[in-house]
Design a protein around this ligand. Structure first.
Ligand SMILES: Cc1cc2nc3c(=O)[nH]c(=O)nc-3n(C[C@H](O)[C@H](O)[C@H](O)COP(=O)(O)OP(=O)(O)OC[C@H]3O[C@@H](n4cnc5c(N)ncnc54)[C@H](O)[C@@H]3O)c2cc1C
Length: 376
């Protein structure tokens, strides 16, 4: 009998398996590709690094900016993680690793082999769902050289979100707004990614590719380099994770559970930050009944997601103009998966307060009124 079985060795599962082993537990880990280096470009905020050493950082952006109507410095370092370096900091020494892909039934059956069974198989353990109706963040990105990217960044060191509407020529564009995520990765490379923060269903990748090309072309970026990039990235993040209760008798962590931020789609900082505490409680025989139980903060974030899914393009730009003008601690409260409901409400109220009257009305309509986009 193992103390704990962890199914899925993405960031959430690996961090937990590693910390359980470090605290002396016998650990079984199961993943179809246990030694694979994670492919996504992961970012977290500087203060979220916690006890992790600097060598897990691939690149540090010291002055990330947000652009909406105005230009705003976000006042915190933004870190691009070195996935291989991070995995090395989360060793699996002493962990029994099994190469396998498990169904729900086989995850449940592990209860015969381990006292605690953790499902960390991600949001879609069966693979991509065709015509997935769930709200999702989608993005299409290219990695290009610094020289190629320079006209896109327009002097900024990095653009966390550039909400300007140059993805289209239409002066009154319809459909969900998208932003440019333009982040240097180090070694002369830059990721330029057109991102739809949330739509239901997720905005198609082909539309994002078209918008990215249009935006970059209008800024004078060499489109031949965009069409033959150094790398491509496709992002698909179901905003509510699995969106289903955990397999009976198991704990769900990361985006298999409710570890993701339903407005930003981010979960890395939360999964890495909570792994040690959860590992301790498992090892000490006081595993919780549920990881990330639903709280008042979730209700507030759901209101934010609902608004995002229904806002028109000018309303979205104004919302993030409000975000850019907020003090950094309120920005942090809005973006962190670990904020409490009181600070979240304060942040969202502050965003609302600075919006012009028309945008306020649009935000109220989007939050309370009838949807113009489907929100399952
Ligand atoms: C391209 C991309 C970029 C992202 N960027 C960021 C970012 O910058 N910052 C941030 O915080 N978040 C980001 N996210 C969102 C989120 O944090 C990631 O999705 C993150 O990988 C979630 O970690 P996880 O361990 O919960 O799940 P996953 O990373 O999905 O890991 C699941 C693991 O389970 C394994 N698995 C799957 N099915 C089975 C099965 N049936 N049986 C056994 N094992 C299985 C997989 O092989 C994988 O190793 C990004 C997501 C994507 C897709």
């Amino acid at each position: 009998m193992y103390d704990v079985a962890v199914v899925g060795l993405g960031p959430a599962g690996r961090a937990l398996a590693s910390r359980c082993a470090a605290h002396g537990a016998s650990v079984l880990a199961v993943d179809p590709r246990p030694s694979a280096v994670w492919a996504p470009t992961y970012g977290i905020w500087g203060e979220e690094l916690g006890a992790l050493p600097e060598r897990v950082v691939r690149h540090r952006v010291r002055d990330p900016q947000l652009r909406a109507r105005g230009q705003h410095s976000l006042g915190r370092d933004y870190l691009v993680l070195d996935n291989a370096g991070l995995q090395a900091e989360l060793p699996l020494e002493g962990v029994s690793v099994r190469r396998d892909r498990l169904s729900d039934a086989r995850v449940a059956a592990l209860r015969a082999e381990a006292r605690v069974v953790v499902d960390a198989r991600g949001a879609r353990p069966g693979g991509v769902v065709v015509d997935d109706p769930a709200p999702a963040q989608t993005a299409f990105g290219v990695v290009v050289s610094e020289e190629v990217a320079a006209p896109a960044l327009q002097g900024a060191e990095g653009l966390l979100m550039d909400w300007r509407n140059d993805w289209t020529d239409d002066p009154e564009p319809a459909g969900p707004a998208t932003f440019l995520y333009g982040i240097p990765l180090g070694e002369g490379r830059v990721l330029l990614e057109e991102t739809c923060l949330a739509a239901a269903p997720g905005l198609p990748i082909e539309e994002l590719r078209r918008r990215l090309r249009h935006r970059l072309g209008s800024r004078g970026v060499d489109l031949a380099a965009v069409d033959s990039p150094l790398e491509r990235e496709i992002v698909r993040i179901p905003m509510r994770g699995r969106g289903a209760p955990p397999v009976e008798g198991t704990l769900a962590v990361g985006v298999a559970g409710r570890g993701g931020h339903v407005v930003t789609g981010y979960s890395m900082a939360h999964s890495l930050g909570m792994a040690d505490g959860l590992a301790r409680s498992i090892v000490e025989g006081r595993a919780p009944e549920e990881v990330d139980p639903r709280g008042a903060d979730d209700l507030v974030r759901e209101v934010g997601l609902r608004a995002l899914l229904r806002l028109d393009v000018p309303g979205t730009v104004e919302l993030f103009e409000g975000f850019g003008r907020m003090p950094v601690e309120l920005q942090r409260a809005f973006m962190s998966r670990d904020s409490g409901s009181a600070e979240l409400v304060r942040a969202m109220w502050e965003m609302f307060e600075v919006m012009p009257v028309r945008a306020k009305a649009e935000l109220v309509r989007a939050t309370l009124g009838s949807p113009w986009r489907r929100t399952p």
